[in-house]
Each structure stands twice: as structure tokens, then as C-alpha cells.
Write a protein that binds this ligand. Structure first.
Ligand code: SAM
Ligand code: SF4
Ligand code: F3S
Length: 442
């Protein structure tokens, strides 16, 4: 019988990277991947626990799978990711349709657990924290990503324990992968045709292996000729060290969009969040980066309606947004997560939170639109990723990650081309490729 796995992924980029590495792993025991759930004999749900009714979403999804397979042979059902870690054996008790529950630090055991299940029909959960063995194992399995832009996890876990966040509980303590293993994986990706590498970590700029830091990784990856662009996410203001800031002045491939979550513009709220940085620290980083490289622009994450946030705190966040002019950001209403310090604090009125979120998003969108409008009639560099489905147009991204849709050529996929922007909306730029012969030399 052919073995086909259908993988569904919720959550952050790290979950996306993990899903791909899980597939690279199960391939070793004969699985091929399918995008048609009906032909799958293994269904894997990679889950996220960061906000809202994460747990309920998972059970709801499993309910849908159950319904889908009602008159067919039941697939092997595996739940992985952060909800799997948080819930572990509870999931097996609550939903008999789930067969295996595997936490993010135990993916290296997935093949043996699948085989154990297939041989003995033993339902089980595996949620030990063992990042060292996991990355040792995954280092031996070739990363088969052939996308133009690919993720590469360099660091996992978090020791910061922000009071609102589940990540330290679901991903475990901070662990940085060995420098040489990361460079080896980057070279494999380059050989596969990858042109942009996005270095990933829950605290990516806390990366530290021997004496190597994130800046060393960027400088080393920059030497791989096939790699044209380098990005990293997500970073923490406290780990924005001078060596990393200086890299923005010397690197030709590090992109000038800095995604640096601030969460709030109020020192009172930052302290209550246990963020370990103040608003002035954030401004200092901003100033230093702008001095080193004026092309740098910022994006951020904001939590609105955190317990204790009053009108003044909220206005401080609004002021910070006006000052920095973030060009692309994520904002969420605070969501109490089980087991975190903030879940025990008194919630503020939901209506107030959502009103504030609306005001914040309006401002953030304004900046995004302004930035995109400012590029109309300009020629910008775009890394071409693919031809769009059901469309003759091509898709790529600007240096600032903004999607660009344009008339292009198949031969340009994987290349950086010059695009003249003719039009824009909040999320996307539209334009035409500029033929080399028509480019004015400045
Ligand atoms: N490590 C990153 C940092 O230090 O900011 C963030 C990682 S977290 C996966 C992504 C974002 O989710 C956070 O920046 C935060 O804005 C948001 N987030 C995390 N917990 C949240 C909660 N309980 N309620 C609302 N948003 C939350
Ligand atoms: Fe969560 Fe980021 Fe804080 Fe770690 S630093 S606890 S991942 S928000
Ligand atoms: Fe979600 Fe876990 Fe990522 S909680 S945001 S999948 S680290």
C-alpha cells in the first residue's frame, strides 16, 4: 500500500519549517506528501497555542477530518506542535480519533512512533524536551526545500518568560544549533536552488553557539554565492547587540526590514509583561540602525488591551507607532494563556480592547499604504519567487517583504529583477519588469 501524508500547519514560520522537516523525515519510511486529504492514509496537524481558542480549534479540525473519513478507512492521525506539547496525553483521552501526539522537541522520534503504532496499534504521546537529539537527527536528514525563499531554524525555545506568552512552556529552554551544521544546511538549500534564507528562532538574535552570534551566521551565509538575500525572525530588543546592528552597515545581502516586536509603548505595561526592555531602549536601537543604514525600516508586534493598560498607556503605544512609522506590523488583543502569569491578572473590558485595536490598526495601515504609495513610479529590486496560479503574472518580494505582482518571464524565477511600480494597495505593489536596455545608468 502506498503511504501518503497530508500535513496541515497552523502558527508561526517555525511550524512551517518543522512541517517541512517532518516530511523530510517520514519520507525515509516511505511516505509521499499529498495535498488531497481524501487520498491520505496519514493526517498530521501541526498546531499553534499562541492565542485564542487554540485547543478548541484543534479538536474542531479533528472533528472535520473524522467527518471526512466517515465512510472511508481511518487515516493515522498525528497531532504535533505547541498544542500537542501543552496538552500531551489529555488529547488522547479527549479525542480517541487521535493516534499520536508528538511535541516540537521530539520530531526526531516520529518515524519510530509511527512504526510502533502501525505494528502494535499503540496510541501514545511523546513530549519530552530534547532539542540536542532532535537537531542532531534532523541534521542528518537532507533539507529538501526547493522554494526560492526558505526557512532555516537556527535557535529554538525561549528563556525570557514574558508574562503573556506560552512559548517557553511549549518550545522549552533556549537552544542554539551548532554554527557549522547551520552553514551546512544553508549550502544544501543553495544547492537545491534556494535564493533567500530566512533564519528562524523564537529568539533568533539570542543565538549563541561557542562564540558565534547571529551576526557571524549572516556574514558566513553571505559568502554562499547562490544566496542573494538573508532575513531573520523573530528578535527581541534586549538581544539587539551592536555586532548585529553593525551588520546592517556592512552586509550586502541582509535585507533592511527589521522585525522587532515591541509589544507596547508604555514602560508600565512593558514591566508588567516582563519584557526586560523599556521604550527608550527601543528608540536607541532604532536610532543606531538608522544611522548605520538609513534604508532600514521597522515592523513590530503589538499586544493591545493587556491587563492594566489605561488610556495613557494606550496613547503611548500610539505615539511610538507615529514616531517609528512601522511599515508592516501584527497587532493582537491580549489573550490569556493557561499557565502564564498574565492569565491571573484582571482583564480589561473587551470592548475597550477591540476599540483600541481598531485605532492602532488604522494607524499601522496608514503607514503601510503611505510606504507603498511612495514607491509608485519608482524602480525597485524584486526577488522573483513564482508564476501565479491561474494567472500569467509573476510574484516576488521587495527588500521589505512586500508582495509584488508584475509582468515577467519564466527565466527570471530565482533572480533579482528591477520592477517599475505603477500601482499599489495596502498589501501589494503592482508593476512591470524594466528591461535592462531601458534602465538609466545613474
Ligand atoms: N519572540 C517574539 C518576541 O519576543 O516578541 C514573539 C514570538 S510570539 C510567537 C509572536 C507574537 O504573538 C508576540 O510578539 C506577541 O505579540 C503575540 N502574542 C504572544 N502571546 C500572546 C498573547 N497571550 N496574547 C496576544 N498576543 C500574544
Ligand atoms: Fe514569548 Fe518572545 Fe517573550 Fe519568549 S521573548 S516569552 S517567545 S514573547
Ligand atoms: Fe504558535 Fe508555537 Fe509558533 S505557539 S506561534 S506554533 S512557537
Amino acid at each position: 500500500m502506498s503511504k501518503k501524508i497530508f500535513i496541515k500547519t497552523f502558527g508561526c514560520q517555525m511550524n512551517e519549517y518543522d512541517s517541512n522537516r517532518i516530511f523530510d523525515t517520514v519520507k525515509e519510511i516511505g511516505f509521499s506528501q499529498t495535498s488531497n486529504i481524501d487520498e491520505a492514509n496519514c493526517y498530521l496537524l501541526n498546531t499553534c497555542h499562541i492565542r485564542d481558542k487554540a485547543k478548541e480549534k484543534v479538536y474542531h479540525e479533528i472533528g472535520r477530518v473524522k467527518k471526512n473519513f466517515r465512510s472511508k478507512i481511518k487515516p493515522l492521525v498525528i497531532v504535533t506542535g505547541c498544542v500537542a506539547q501543552a496538552e500531551n496525553e489529555e488529547m488522547l483521552k479527549r479525542e480517541p480519533y487521535i493516534d499520536l501526539v508528538i511535541g516540537p522537541q521530539a520530531y526526531h522520534k516520529i518515524n519510530s512512533k509511527i512504526e510502533e503504532y502501525l505494528n502494535e496499534q499503540k496510541r501514545l504521546d511523546e513530549t519530552e524536551f530534547d532539542a540536542v537529539s532532535k537537531f542532531n537527527y534532523l541534521g542528518k536528514i537532507k533539507n529538501s526545500s526547493k522554494k526560492i525563499s526558505s526557512f532555516l531554524t537556527i535557535q529554538e525555545g525561549c528563556d525570557k518568560f514574558c508574562h503573556f506568552c506560552v512559548v517557553p512552556f511549549t518550545r522549552g529552554p533556549e537552544y542554539s544549533r551548532p554554527f557549522e551544521k547551520i552553514i551546512k544546511e544553508a549550502k544544501i538549500l543553495a544547492d537545491n536552488g534556494v535564493k533567500e534564507i530566512v533564519l528562524l528562532g523564537q529568539n533568533v538574535n539570542a543565538y549563541q553557539n561557542d562564540n558565534y552570534r547571529l551576526s557571524d551566521l549572516i556574514i558566513e551565509i553571505e559568502k554562499i554565492p547562490e544566496i542573494l538575500r538573508i532575513r531573520y525572525t523573530t528578535s527581541h530588543p534586549s538581544d539587539m547587540t551592536d555586532d548585529l546592528i553593525e551588520t546592517y552597515g556592512i552586509s550586502k545581502k541582509l535585507m533592511p526590514l527589521v522585525h522587532l516586536p515591541v509589544q507596547s509603548g508604555s514602560n508600565k505595561i512593558l514591566e508588567s509583561m516582563n519584557r526586560k526592555h523599556q521604550v527608550k531602549d527601543y528608540f536607541n536601537i532604532y536610532k543606531k540602525l538608522k544611522e548605520i543604514n538609513p534604508a532600514v525600516r521597522f515592523s513590530s508586534d503589538f499586544i493591545i488591551g493587556y491587563p492594566g493598560e489605561d488610556e495613557k498607556d494606550f496613547n503611548n503605544t500610539l505615539d511610538l507607532i507615529k514616531e517609528i512609522e512601522f511599515i508592516n506590523s501584527y497587532s493582537f488583543v491580549f489573550s490569556p494563556r493557561p499557565g502564564t502569569v498574565a492569565s491571573k491578572l484582571r482583564l480589561i473590558d473587551n470592548k475597550i480592547s477591540f476599540n483600541r485595536l481598531e485605532i492602532i490598526q488604522q494607524k499601522l495601515f496608514e503607514h503601510q499604504i503611505k510606504m507603498n504609495k511612495s514607491l509608485e513610479n519608482e524602480v525597485i529590486e524584486v526577488l522573483v519567487e513564482n508564476k501565479m496560479q491561474k494567472n500569467t503574472k509573476f510574484f516576488g518580494r521587495s527588500q521589505y517583504m512586500t508582495p509584488v505582482i508584475f509582468n515577467g518571464n519564466d527565466k527570471d524565477i530565482g533572480k533579482i529583477v528591477k520592477i517599475k511600480i505603477s500601482n499599489s494597495n495596502r498589501n501589494t505593489l503592482f508593476g512591470e519588469i524594466v528591461e535592462k536596455s531601458k534602465l538609466k545608468v545613474a
